[in-house]
Design a binder for this molecule. Structure first.
Ligand code: AGP
Length: 370
């Protein structure tokens, strides 16, 4: 069993460390040799069909849905198409407006999640084109979708999804750029610049992983708290949701993720002396606003960990109790880095509490019943 885990204590840790490879594998062959464009030769949708899309729906469950929330921002920013993101178990029961000019993107690591598959079928019934982002070639979702982008994360064994999530982000970046170059919403220089930044991500993740010991110390310190909060704005909010889910799932610590600006609309009442708040601050244009939200929690006694871009140590230090810097990248790409310390945080918190990291109670790897 240890051999299968490649010398790691748990599959989850192994899979966290496999992320640089998963990023490279998912990008390989999908970026042109000159690095200026995306080639998704697996897609059968034509440029005319792409130009006919009027809206995009992204539908998935759990962690895959959190990747879809980042996907919404990616597609809206790059392709200027309106995007809705929905949890699959809600989607088909709310009579969604699905038209033949809707592109429905279903995201599923396993490709077998019952609710996601049912949403896919509903979308097809309504005449929409369906694109699947999945990690399993030949899965039900891949077989039934019109198009599939396979994430090349390799098998994911731990119940807590890590490398599948980040590979889904890479797939969204590639597809967003592909839409942008087809629709002409971004020029060649923009695409080339973003692709260059994406190629740097694997090495940047390696730099984060090299600091796992720092995250372990933070995890040991917070593991015995009853409850904690994740806050962020923009894509940082989507990553906060994923960090919170990961922590709940394997450490059983109650946590909530909040859009930082929403705190004062109710949740601030729960902040008291010593409550840990993990604040994501990677979005330059939202930095000052998030700092003021952090100050609101500090004024009530919160113990704040700030996750921010390298180079802002001095500004962040004034407002937080502990800090962790991620390497600099483009604002849209930060989720592919900022989630990594959060994955490690839940892993080490679960370990500190003596839980079964790879097989948390009450949960299955793939949810094939409704
Ligand atoms: C992630 O850590 C969870 N175990 C869970 O939310 C998972 O992402 C969800 O069940 C969706 O699975 P899928 O990607 O295989 O469809």
């Amino acid at each position: 069993m240890t051999a299968e885990k490649g010398g790691y204590d748990h599959f989850m840790l192994k899979e966290i460390y496999e992320q640089p490879k998963a990023y490279r594998d998912t990008m390989r062959g999908r970026v042109s040799e000159d690095g200026k464009s995306v080639t998704l030769s697996e897609l059968s949708m034509t440029p005319e069909q792409i130009r006919a899309f009027r809206r995009v729906h992204i539908v998935a469950c759990g962690t895959a849905m959190h990747a879809g929330m980042v996907g919404k921002t990616i597609i809206e920013q790059l392709a200027r198409l309106p995007v809705e993101t929905d949890v699959a178990s809600e989607y088909r029961y709310r009579s969604p407006i699905i038209t033949p000019d809707t592109l429905v993107i279903v995201v599923s690591q396993s490709g077998e999640t019952a609710d996601t598959l049912a949403a896919l079928r509903e979308a097809k019934r309504c005449g929409a084109r369906v694109l699947a982002i999945t990690n399993v070639v030949g899965s039900s979702v891949a077989r039934e979708a019109d198009d599939t982008i396979v994430t090349l994360a390799g098998p994911e064994i731990a119940v807590a999804s890590t490398k599948a999530y980040t590979s889904q982000l890479i797939a969204f970046y590639l597809f967003g750029l592909y839409l942008a170059q087809t629709l002409g919403t971004r020029d060649e220089a923009f695409v080339a610049n973003m692709l260059a930044a994406m190629q740097a991500l694997p090495e940047q993740v390696e730099r984060i992983l090299a600091q796992a010991e720092t995250i372990k110390e933070i995890a040991d310190a917070i593991a015995h708290n009853r409850s904690l909060f994740f806050i962020g704005r923009g894509v940082d909010y989507a990553v906060a949701l994923e960090g919170s889910l990961k922590l709940k799932e394997i450490s059983y610590i109650h946590s909530e993720a909040y859009a930082a600006g929403e705190l004062k609309h109710g949740t601030l009442a729960l902040i008291e002396e010593g409550v840990p708040v993990i604040a994501l601050l990677t979005q330059e244009e939202l930095f000052e606003k998030t700092i003021s939200n952090i100050k609101e929690t500090k004024a009530r006694g919160a113990n704040v960990l700030g996750i921010y871009n390298e180079g802002q140590e001095a500004e962040v230090a004034k407002s937080v109790d502990s800090q962790f810097a991620i390497p600099r990248t483009l604002p849209l790409l930060t989720p592919a880095l900022s989630v990594v310390p959060l994955q490690l945080l839940s892993y080490y918190a679960s370990l500190a509490l003596g839980h079964d990291v790879d097989k948390p109670r009450n949960l299955a790897k793939s949810v094939t019943v409704e």
